[in-house]
Design a protein around this ligand. Structure first.
Ligand code: ARG
Length: 288
């Protein structure tokens, strides 16, 4: 009597899509030697101290969360002198078991590429290409069932986009990044459901033309606000149901739930000082 029913908006058209998680294989590298000694993106301030034990504990939480969700986590040995190696997503791109190695834009990270290649050589990936052009792995390549979305502007080159298209035989969609805070594609866009070509992104990170491309390919995409993008909320990993994302991106949780996903907030505050979060720490080893 006079009370507002909270289920009033549960019309059939608003019912979220049923979601299903699929088991994944990830490659991660512990932040044993993590530090911020140089600055190659606006998040990195070498004068700010990093709490290494906390960085390790936060990273272990992420690794354990993946495992508790039934995913496999492979480990890459960290190397001294490579403080950004924890950002394992940048070391290669794997689609259908084929590996396109990385070639880093900055000399500080050059040697990470070989560490990744050695891991793949020792772990049964014969189909490995040493790239000719600068590409920072999954930092700039995002995979959906139809496309390879490819960022450029700060790190990966357009020539690397062509190289990836030829190597994987997937149409590459080049996307221009404009804002230095979103220097890699995976800081501005996240694939939520690879099978259904569903993504979330922050339009403000892209050029006007790339925004129009994204709107055309993904008319129903979840659009992040500047606030959530600024908490690196798009640097997230989805298994088709669970979406692991920085916990500070509070505005993304309800829209994700409305779409049937289960958002899981992670605290990676120490790694944020290097300019990375959940996705940067996670390279996906795709068999398909
Ligand atoms: N400090 C690293 C860099 O600037 C962070 C890399 C983050 N990784 C990522 N996939 N966005 O290269």
């Amino acid at each position: 009597m006079g009370t507002v029913r909270s289920d009033i908006r549960e019309e059939p058209s608003l019912r979220p899509t049923p979601r299903e998680a699929s088991p994944r294989r990830y490659l991660m590298c512990p932040p044993t030697h993590f530090s911020v000694t140089y600055s190659i993106n606006p998040w990195m301030d070498p004068t700010k101290p990093v709490d290494l034990p906390l960085a390790l504990a936060q990273w272990e939480d992420l690794r354990d969360r993946y495992r508790s969700l039934g995913h496999t986590v492979e480990l890459l040995d960290p190397r001294p002198g490579l403080p950004d190696m924890v950002f394992a997503a940048n070391g290669a791109t794997v689609v259908g078991g084929r590996v396109l190695g990385a070639r880093f834009a900055h000399p500080e990270r050059t040697d990470e590429a070989a560490a990744h290649r050695e891991w793949f050589r020792g772990n049964g990936y014969p189909d490995l290409r040493v790239p000719e052009h600068v590409n920072e792995g999954e930092g700039d390549f995002a995979v959906t069932s139809s496309w390879l979305l490819a960022g450029r502007g700060f790190r990966s080159s357009t020539l690397a986009h062509d190289e990836a298209q030829e190597f994987f035989g997937r149409p590459v969609i080049g996307l221009d990044l404009l804002d230095p805070r979103y220097y890699h594609l995976d800081t501005a866009l996240c694939v939520l459901d690879d099978a259904r070509d569903e993504v979330m992104y922050y339009p403000g990170a892209f050029s006007p033309g790339s925004r129009r491309v994204l709107a055309r390919l993904f008319p129903d995409a979840l659009l992040a606000t500047e606030r959530d993008a600024g908490a690196l909320g798009l640097n997230a990993v989805s298994d088709g149901l669970h979406v692991l994302l920085p916990q500070a991106a509070v505005g993304l949780f309800d829209p994700l739930r409305d779409r049937g996903f289960e958002p899981m907030g992670m605290d990676l505050s120490e790694l944020l000082k290097g300019g990375g979060s959940v996705k940067c720490c996670t390279q996906e080893l795709r068999t398909a």
